[in-house]
Design a protein around this ligand. Sequence first.
Ligand code: NAP
Length: 244
Amino acid sequence: MKIDFSGFRALVTGAGKGIGRDTVKALHDSGATVVAVSRTNTDLLSLSKECPGLETVCVDLGDWEATEHALGNIGPIDLLVNNAAVLLPEPFLEVSKEAFDRTIKVNLRSVIQVSQMVTKGMIARGVPGSIVNVSSISSRAAVSTLTSYSSTKGAMDILTKIMALELGPHKIRVNTVHPTVVLTDMGVKVSADPEFANSVKNRTPLGKFAEVEDVVYSILFLLSDKSAMTNGSGIMVDGGYLAT
Ligand code: NAP
């Protein structure tokens, strides 16, 4: 199945590393014009070298005013991937105001803010659009020490359905992907405890973690017209973890 994004302009958040970075590369290779949004400029500079013509925006998405300033005039966007997130593990009894607030701002509030900016533009132009919110298996299954992170992913799931409900009449589709552990910087951090890593693999019928490209392919499918009737839904990229 060949997906051609020629003529489309896509915006990917959290584009500097991991899943976001490879999503940018795949969209670029599929013909899209891509706006890569991330927090560390050196990541964006190296990504630009790999993707000629890439537009980059360096901003902390946890900062509402800075995000408004950086993306307020971003221009027409057809495809949006809300991928940026932080994972700040703490046992439930030790959840701190600082970590909780930071996680909510980056993982959830920025999704609302960036999606508002992008979809207002789509509606004003009268064009269809597709949005993928990168959730997690942890929105559906409890993982110890992930109170803040998983709460944002659970909220993202219902946010996705509300966006699908309200934006569907404007021909804007909104869906989620739910990866299991992927060995990016974040995935390495979360799976550093061998007991946890083994417990995930043992519960997974396919017996392994996901690769970055497994997630990227699902994102591309949901962004594309190949999923034209899929809205307010989600793809598990979890080797069957949540089926057990
Ligand atoms: P990652 O390797 O840590 O990369 C995250 C990217 O997001 C980095 O480029 C980071 O930039 C950027 N970012 C973080 N906070 C930001 C902010 N405030 N403003 C702008 N950019 C920011 O993570 P990943 O594994 O690729 O995760 C991507 C998505 O997949 C996330 O939504 C995550 O929750 C989800 N996910 C990951 C896994 C996994 O095991 N890896 C599993 C399930 C779901 P800096 O490094 O400069 O901060």
